[in-house]
Write a new protein. Structure first.
Length: 163
């Protein structure tokens, strides 16, 4: 039922670039602290929802039927079969979206948000300050690297059976 309801919505909204939402969000929420949060949410929500739905849909149906045959309740099937098998793919989707969220927020800062690394990047570009541009790129790379490590750590703790 959820697949029939959510799939068309996600399929329509998924391909819209996150930066494409920027003009509409600027009108709705203005240029302030909430704008970057909304951009990150929109940038990450639809791909993560799509990845999660696909991961859950691709769980081996034979394993679900086996658990049901052994008397598992729907909640038990969800918590002991579906989620553990889908979780590695969900976390991989989150890892990919974390990097994308950083890139999108930097792009949004370059275009519409007067503060942050993206704004500093654009100011440095207009002043031909290559040193500041390089520092911005290094900071962005370090942040993406740290988020990647965080999700690797999370995956190693949450998905121990995968190793």
């Amino acid at each position: 039922v959820m697949d029939e309801f959510l799939n068309p919505i996600i399929s329509i909204l998924y391909p819209i670039p996150a930066v494409g939402w920027l003009p509409l969000l600027m009108l709705w929420v203005g240029i302030g602290e909430i704008l970057p949060i909304m951009i990150i949410f929109i940038c990450s929500f639809f791909p993560t929802a799509y990845t999660t739905a696909t991961a859950i849909k691709n769980v081996d149906k034979r394993l679900i039927r086996a658990a049901e045959t052994l008397g598992a309740s729907p909640v038990t099937v969800l918590s002991t079969v579906i989620l553990p098998l889908a979780l590695p793919y969900i976390i991989t989707g989150l890892r990919l979206e974390a990097g994308m969220a950083w890139r999108v927020i930097i792009a949004a800062e370059m275009v519409a948000i007067p503060t942050g690394i993206g704004a500093l990047f654009m100011q440095a570009e207009s002043l031909v300050r290559i040193d500041i541009i390089m520092v911005c790129l290094i900071v962005l790379s370090i942040m993406c690297f740290l988020f990647e490590r965080f999700f690797q750590y999370l995956e190693s703790k949450v998905c121990r059976w995968e190793k």
